[in-house]
Ligand binder design. Structure first.
Ligand code: SAH
Length: 511
């Protein structure tokens, strides 16, 4: 039977889709329903009907699922930033584990290790039949969840606008629109953010500072960016202004009196209001006159304090400026890197490559345990940060390259291969590393890079992934070229959302 738009039906939710939506079936007709939880019985109105499937709007929860909880945030549904707040945290972790397992098994063709094969692998004296031993699968380790699945983000960017009563609002864009919903206490952000935003709002009212209007391209304040140091509790506030950047370093407030938009006393007043907040170490402005959705412009000025905040991941210290990339959940990042370190199994003499290294966080985390680390990253600014981070931590055994991993690594390999053949021992070590770590964006690794990895023949590949379907595809390639997937650990870096990170250990079969 098929259904049509506006039909109202009652359906049991039996599965969960990749965007966190509930999936239910009536007479073989599949319905995708946002905000429905697996285990719910719900009444839905069909909003879009195809031949064999449709999309429904949740009208009423007839019988709530045992996994259903009241969302912590009153605007969770409107915001869309969190897709899973209506699920208990344990069931979120269960969902993420299943997602990873399904992908590596269905797309990657992997098999989870059975007890017999596990015994064989760990204790080779155990008699098991040859086929079983050969097929010994991978070990799925328990997902690494959060102690507190809220307030974990160390970075927030609030758009600033006016509501229909012309009052200043700061919050998030509703759905796919550019209408701003007032919300200053996001459940994922630092609790102090609400106070900071109130102070900025009060200042704007007090000094008659204008709000940026996207359509007209007029008005001054576009966004408020807040960064919090997890270990240091340092705070940075950066106002994104629709104003011209200065061509020289900012030295006095006078220079901000750009086109009469801001007075020196306005900025002094802002600094006075913000510096009272405990932990404030950096008050900055960023200039962005472009009529785009890109939040930050290229230039910043420091109004008060430092031009960066500091934070730690493990023992490594970082300087984070408004424009720097930095992991948004430092607590879970440390757990993830520790897992990567465990898998890398470093004893001190190893050569390691860290591909897609960003600001060098994994490279520097491993450098203390290895002889030499090479990092590769496409964004030049990130590599500058990586070098600076190495230097402020006194790390001298890390070397960084700018470029596409799929171009830099093969070129390096070809060049050093000749030197190695001529007897250059360092060149030989650099192209035959002990461990290669990859942490690519969602689209995964290019096949040409995987081919070079196979040619470099590291003993271990540690794959850190933010998309388990492309991860699975790449594991399949490496499995077909002499590597075996040993262990898989999902890590929850983004509680309340559908995202899940995975760390995988692969080892070379014919060592
Ligand atoms: N390992 C880092 C960052 C991982 S995010 C960390 O843990 O913080 C993925 C990184 O890959 C981003 O910094 C992105 O700029 C970079 N990147 C994207 N495509 C790339 C490519 N083709 N070659 C190298 N780096 C790339």
């Amino acid at each position: 039977m098929t259904y049509k738009k506006d039909d109202v039906v009652t359906v049991a939710i039996e599965d969960i889709g990749t965007s966190g939506e509930g999936i239910g079936k009536i007479d073989g007709y599949t319905l995708f329903i946002k905000d429905a939880v697996i285990g719910d019985e719900v009444e839905v109105k069909i909003i879009k009907a195809k031949k064999n499937y449709g999309y429904g709007r949740l009208m009423k929860v007839v019988k709530p699922s045992p996994y259903r909880v009241e969302p912590k945030c009153p605007v969770a549904k409107q915001c869309g930033g969190c897709q899973l707040q209506q699920m208990s945290y344990e069931s979120q972790l269960e969902f993420k584990t299943k997602l990873v397992k399904n992908n590596v098994e269905r797309i990657g063709g992997l098999k989870e290790r059975t007890e017999a094969s596990q015994n064989y692998n760990e204790n080779k004296t155990q008699a098991v039949d040859a086929e079983e031993a050969e097929n010994a699968g991978y070990v799925l380790e328990p997902i690494i969840g959060m102690d507190d699945p809220f307030h974990y983000r160390n970075k927030a960017q609030y758009p600033v606008g006016l509501n229909k009563d012309k009052e200043i609002v700061m919050g998030f864009y509703a759905g796919r629109t550019h209408y701003i919903v007032d919300c200053t206490d996001c459940a994922l952000g630092a609790p102090i953010n609400a106070r900071i935003l109130e102070a900025v709002k009060e200042w704007m009212k007090r000094r008659h500072i204008t709000v940026y209007n996207e359509e007209a391209g007029k008005g001054l304040v576009r966004h408020v960016l807040i960064r919090n140091g997890y270990h240091t509790n340092q705070i940075m506030v950066c106002l994104v202004l629709n104003a011209q950047a200065h061509h020289h370093r900012f030295t006095s407030f006078e220079q901000l009196s750009d086109g009469g938009k801001l007075k020196k006393s306005d900025m002094e007043d802002l600094v006075e209001a913000l510096k009272k907040i405990d932990g404030m170490t950096s008050i900055m402005v960023n200039y962005n006159e472009d009529r785009t959705n890109v939040i930050l412009g290229e230039q910043c000025d420091t109004l008060w304090g430092q031009s960066y905040i500091e934070d730690y991941i493990g023992e490594i210290k970082y300087q984070i400026s408004p424009l720097s990339f930095f992991q948004v959940n430092p607590q879970q990042t440390e757990k993830l890197y520790n897992k990567a370190l465990e898998y890398a199994d470093l004893k001190g003499g190893e050569t390691v490559w860290d591909l897609y290294c960003g600001i060098g966080t994994i490279s520097l985390f491993l450098a203390g345990k290895a002889k030499k680390v090479y990092g590769v990253e496409i964004v030049p600014q990130a590599i500058e940060d990586a070098k600076n981070n190495a230097s402020i931590n006194g790390i001298t055994n890390a070397e960084f390259f700018v470029g596409k991993a799929e171009e830099v690594v093969p070129a390096f390999y070809e060049e050093k291969k000749k030197a190695a053949a001529a007897g250059d021992a360092e060149a030989a070590e650099s192209i035959h590393p002990d461990v290669i770590v990859v942490d690519p964006p969602r689209k995964g690794c290019e096949e040409s890079l995987l081919e070079t990895i196979v040619a470099m023949a590291p003993d271990r590949v540690v794959y850190v992934s933010c998309d388990s379907s492309t991860l699975a595809r790449d594991l399949k390639f490496l499995e077909a070229h002499g590597y075996k997937t040993e262990r898989v650990t999902p890590v929850d870096q983004f509680a309340q959302t559908v995202h899940v990170e995975t760390v995988v250990l692969m080892s070379r079969v014919d060592k």
